[in-house]
Design a protein around this ligand. Structure first.
Ligand code: ZN
Ligand code: ZN
Ligand code: ZN
Length: 148
């Protein structure tokens, strides 16, 4: 495919759900054009059917959208410590909180798992944050945070 091929929308080809996610993602610079990397928008060198120009771009997307990878990345970035100042909770007590809450949005591949929407908290601080979010929403019944 030519690097300047028209965007899929222009030729009427429906985008897959995965492509729609990349297109809507504010971290990805992909503009929906076929033959370009779904993360950095560089023309793809390989004729192989792939969305990524490199392993680096594939991994960059994955650690901001795939929950298990995003969670591991958040813990690593936080140096395995609760983000509340002075909290001395141990590594085993750590959980990862969505700053903009999921509200039942699930843990599928999503822009909700962007690194800047995740913070590492100990279980006690996670419960505190979740309770505050619940009060903020008007006290609707909500699951306590899972131990993740
Ligand atoms: Zn790329
Ligand atoms: Zn995204
Ligand atoms: Zn804590």
């Amino acid at each position: 495919m030519r690097a300047d091929a028209p965007a899929p929308a222009e030729v009427g080809r429906p985008l897959t759900a995965a492509a729609q996610l990349r297109l809507a993602c504010e971290l990805s610079t992909w503009a929906g054009e076929a033959g370009r990397c779904g993360w950095c928008n560089k023309p793809l060198a390989s004729a192989r059917r792939t969305a990524w120009c490199s392993d680096r771009c594939r991994r960059a997307f994955a650690r901001n959208h795939t929950w298990t990878l995003a969670r591991a990345n958040a813990r690593r970035r936080a140096r395995y410590a609760c983000s509340r100042p002075g909290c001395a909770a141990g590594r085993r007590e750590l959980e990862v909180n969505h700053i903009d809450p999921r509200n039942g949005g699930g843990y599928g591949e999503s822009c909700a798992h962007h690194a800047d929407n995740l913070e590492v908290l100990c279980h006690a601080h996670h419960v505190e944050v979740t309770n505050a979010q619940r009060r903020h929403r008007g006290g609707a019944a909500e699951q306590p945070p899972l131990r993740r």
